[in-house]
Design a protein around this ligand. Sequence first.
Ligand SMILES: [Zn+2]
Length: 404
Amino acid sequence: MEEFPLSHEPVLVRARLIFTARGTLLEDGAVEVRRGRIVDLGPYPELKRTFRGRRVDLGEVLLLPALTNAHTHLELSALRFRLTPTGSFITWVRSLIRKRVELSLEDLRQAAAEALDELWQEGVGLLGEVGNTGITLGLLHESPFHAVYFREIIDFRGKSEIKQFLERSSGRRIVYALSPHAPYTVSPVLIQAIKSWTRAKGRPFSIHVAESPEETLFLAEGSGPIRALLEERGQFHPGFEAPGLSPVAYLERLGVLDEHTICVHVVQVTPADLEILARRRIRPCLCPRSNIFLGVGLPPLPQILAAGLKPCLGTDSLASNDRLSVWAEMEALYHAYPEVAPETYLTMATLWGAQALGKRDMGAIEPGYRAEMIAVSGVLKGPEPLRSFIEGPKTVEVRLYAPF
Ligand SMILES: [Zn+2]
């Protein structure tokens, strides 16, 4: 992959096809960039007539916004290939807890740095990163990525003081936010306190929800393997009474669902849950390859879209995935739901991810947006070039980015 760091000078970039993520596919298109921002977009023969400056022809490629990976845990990258997909969610959680303590902070940092490099090569420009130690926050600050860093809180007994997680450097490129892990690992009051802090700061809030049948059982009845695991680890709260609700309905009752809430997974959802999520205008983040790895099923994408939701994509961690590839996530869903338009998959992987993370000037190719773009070669033929593109092999040839 060739890197194209943009300077402040004007440049006109031409490509065979441009996917804007705003419903337009431009043939023989061009993008004019100044000071790292897109200033114009249109047919190349037209734009080149009036443009004065450097011209770059990227050739037979699809130019699209850099991808958004809206849900990662880079800190777990050292666990790649160390956990077996057994088809049981709770067996995986147990082995994750066991294997993680065997690793030093330096192991975690090293593997996370390699994973970041892999994401860059895959064409990702924006990340929703979830971390427990803060090491990946440091790595992100040193990297060319844009990101929201979610400091994750796990505490079902609700003993934590939220103060201890508040921070730190939130900048233009890296935004600091908080995330309660899941409805079954964080006490209800703490989930509400975290939401209240992120709401006051205008930052996104992310939570894993409706991932496994075990989670559904625990919130419905307070029993099952999750209850057993919490008790075993001394994490169960004796005063906890199962709400008798679905995970989504439970979060609705806690008052934490709104357009700044990212609900990660949404696999175990009923039509009534989808109705709640749509009414609250939350952002679903789908991680299908992690779901397959853990044997929990797949998110019902056609129903999610029919409800009017705008899902984005995440790879989750290398503890439940063998690759950090948004392309592979798209392909997994496309394989399951070929009836969903290829444009929708590409929008999920770009604009809807950026919107979920609150980055209002990323994820699309249109005037005013940051010129974070990738040129990808692949199969671009027939009346539906994006369909052959999604189905076929792809290579990120060039990435354009503003290092300022
Ligand atoms: Zn996750």
